[in-house]
Design a protein around this ligand. Sequence first.
Ligand code: URP
Ligand code: ZN
Ligand code: ZN
Length: 484
Amino acid sequence: MALNTIIRGGTVATASDTFACDVGIANGRIAALGTSLGDAAEIVDAGRMLVLPGGIDSHVHLAQPSGPGIVMADDFESGTRAAAFGGNTMVLPFAMQQKGESLREVVKQYHALANGNCYVDVSFHLIIADATDRVLGQELPALVEDGYTSFKVFMTYEGMALSDLEMLNVMSVARETGALVMVHAENYDAIRFLTDRLERAGNTAPRFHATSRPIPVEREATHRAISLAELVDVPIMIVHVSNGEAMEEIRRAQQRGLKIYGETCPQYLVLTAKDMEGLNMEGAKYVCSPPPRDEKSQQECWAGLQSHVFSLFSSDHCPFRYDDAQGKLTPKGRTSFRWVPNGIPGVETRLPILFSEGVKKGRISLNEFVAFTATNHAKTYGLYPKKGTIAVGSDADIAIWDPERKETISQKLLHHGSDYTPYEGIAVTGWPVSTMVRGRFVVRDGKLVGAKSGGEYVPRAKSPYAAPRGRLVTEFSPAGGPNV
Ligand code: URP
Ligand code: ZN
Ligand code: ZN
């Protein structure tokens, strides 16, 4: 087969192996792996470089409505551009339903926003905020068949939190349709209780965001979500886990044979609640939920990765500008942390942080890095083996890394729409220099060369990770679906 491109002389790493190998690409796919691949229209010299599967960030928020007067800092164009500079070839943002909305309409709206505006490939998870009979009985089953095979539910946030009954109903639909449920696990009532009391006592600065959502709030909700999932025998992914107590709930469930998966994020490895203590409103830059905790929790999250209790490392990129009345400095936010928009940017810095803090510091292997940042995302969300690996037949989604390049993370290096990075000043070793999506460079030697129409929407298969165990805790099956 005539090759369009050969990436020559690099070290290829997958989730299982590391080997010296050239990569031959034809028609957007990996067509050959070997050392004597002959000639091609283009030869890319990857000497002294790592050739890795492009990162897949399966937890990003782009162009999401974020409350009155608040505007998210990234649309699809800027968010996917930043993703490409950060070594990613695919992101999975959310199509977020708000109360009263038709899910099908919401999906259409997000497609309209994304269409022609993506530098890397995208696929949508759904967010279910209004679990009506129509959504559960008609829209969700049809959307799953159309390739929207995962949905997120919130146990907190005004207007978004589902009751336990609603969670069970959504989980039942997931079981029946073969979709995977992602759970934001924090106890809404406990947060409201603490927030009200903190405000009454005049404790309204950004740092009290962390006080209002302490570890038991997350641990309890994690335990509850797992119990509800066990009741209907459905696998779930607990997203953005911030500490060891919640991680232990997942570990215990896994040891009992439940298909409970866990995700953690950079903010839980390198930030702490102390970052929210900045002068004036500076702490707002770090407000996200769950909040970053302390050094002990950081170590526990590393242990969660090392023991593979966590299978995913995502950014939870949810960017707002800081110095902006439509962002972190919204006038209402000055009156209380309650109103500071939740979320921080991170799609461009996720991979360098894990590479440097994880691989370079000997905490995880290079193959684990690939698994946590690409392969496991593809496997979990129905994209594998098209995406997430370097293998003959897979899409040529590749990031070329200089493993020795030293950088200090700084806003001026980055390409996202936010005006700050919460990771400012962190020194890293290892940087993605080029990113290729389906055989075409998007970023080459640090320069943008791709087009904003280059990214494609990718419908997803049902994931084997979403298949129920077929073991029920009662003699009665509350949900239909396979294996009952
Ligand atoms: O604070 C956060 N994490 N914002 C993003 C929305 C979410 O809960 O993932
Ligand atoms: Zn969340
Ligand atoms: Zn999120």
